[in-house]
Design a protein around this ligand. Structure first.
Ligand code: OSB
Ligand code: MG
Length: 371
């Protein structure tokens, strides 16, 4: 029996971060995200669009996501008999780019399908390779190195398995040197969010001495060839984030030797269908993957947890406790970690957490129902 979506509700919510998050492309104090609720015969599934507030990580942002889902993606699934959630990707594949908007809708249909089948989302997508997922944290650029060292200490004491720090020109070699001096043996990595070019190869090569697990997306957001040239010069593994938007690009990057690790983000690749294909391409090539994050609220976070139960998600990801981001999350219970630095998966149908409706309504700034 197929799925007939008879209603889509878009919601824009605002959530202040407990601490600003700074990357090489800017500082964020407050998230504004689009939630997608899809319904079929009174049963709902939920998705969270992972686009940022500005088109700086990729081309998408909150307003573009709203317009894409409302005007282009949702009309392709509304009142159409889908064989399964697997078909949503192809139904919206005529849209160029805007994977996060497409992915927010697609993930909602997967959640709905899981609920209809009475299964947890992790089972619905073919995951379940582990009962708890290994967690790391991503720590933004701080005002001072002392602030950074204090933050790292807090997270290490909380049990997180690896620490990622954001870098940019001027906050790189010397910052990492001080982190390493203070924390000689933690699993440490750096994420540049495309802040460098091949001309910076000597600087990036200087990071080799710090024994980083990986350096994430040092070069341009859409660049694979330059990453291959850089990887040939570094002993530190390169992890690709921004430039892998499809399984095809993952296969090309691996063939070229552009990196040795891939960060998979559900939104960046357009949802669970493509995320599974990226996972499979990497798995077959012996490339380990981990689950990236986009400062998600509870729904997106729960979807990431499900994704990270696929077998090749063997490295600690950027999925961590709700309280690191929010005074209060939109799900109950909040996402929490164990003292082992893991998140335990839940067995309730769908994404496994309850939505706090009253709180959600209180932070909703606009809402639109499509039929
Ligand atoms: O590159 O992984 C990234 C946040 C916003 C945009 C890009 C990135 C990030 C993170 C945060 O690193 C991960 C998280 O804690 O959600
Ligand atoms: Mg990244």
């Amino acid at each position: 029996m197929g799925i007939l979506i008879d209603r889509v509700v878009l919601r824009r919510i605002r959530m202040p971060l407990v601490h600003f998050f700074e990357t090489s492309f800017g500082r964020t104090y407050e998230r504004q995200m689009v939630l997608v609720e899809v319904s079929s015969g009174g049963l709902s599934g939920w998705g969270e669009v992972t686009a940022g507030e500005n088109p700086f990580y990729n081309e998408e942002w909150t307003d573009s996501a709203w317009a894409i889902v409302r005007d282009y993606a949702a009309p392709r699934v509304l009142n159409f008999e889908l064989g399964s959630a697997e078909e949503v990707n192809a139904r919206t594949a005529h849209i160029r780019g805007h994977n996060m908007a497409r992915g927010g809708l697609e993930a909602a249909v997967w959640d709905l399908q899981a609920r209809r089948n009475g299964r947890p989302l992790w089972a619905e997508i073919g995951g379940g390779a582990r009962r708890e997922i290994p967690c790391g944290v991503s720590i933004g650029i701080q005002n001072t190195v002392d602030d950074l060292l204090r933050k790292i200490e807090t997270e290490v004491n909380d049990g997180y398995q690896r620490i990622k720090i954001k870098i940019k020109p001027g906050w790189d070699v010397e910052t990492i040197r001080q982190v390493r001096k203070r924390f000689p043996s933690i699993l440490l990595m750096a994420d540049a969010n495309s802040a460098y070019t091949l001309a910076d190869a000597p600087l990036l090569k200087a990071l080799d001495e710090f024994g980083l697990m990986m350096i994430e997306q040092p070069l341009a957001h859409d660049e694979i060839i330059d990453h291959a040239e850089l990887q040939a010069q570094l002993s530190t593994p390169i992890c690709l984030d921004e430039c892998i938007r499809s399984a095809h690009q993952a296969a090309q990057a691996i063939r070229m030797g552009a990196g040795r690790i891939v960060n998979i983000k559900l939104g960046r690749v357009g949802g669970f269908g493509e995320a599974k294909r990226v996972h499979d391409v990497c798995h077959a090539a012996g490339i380990p993957v981990w689950c990236g994050g986009m400062l998600e609220a509870g729904i997106g976070r729960a979807h990431n947890i499900a994704l990270a139960t696929l077998p090749n998600f063997v490295l600690p990801g950027d999925v961590s406790a709700s309280k690191r981001y929010w005074k209060k999350d939109i799900v109950e219970p909040w996402v929490e970690t164990t003292p082992r630095g893991t998140i335990e998966i839940r067995d309730a149908p769908g994404f496994g957490y309850e939505i706090d409706r009253a709180f959600l309504d209180s932070i909703t700034v606009s809402k639109e129902e499509l039929r």
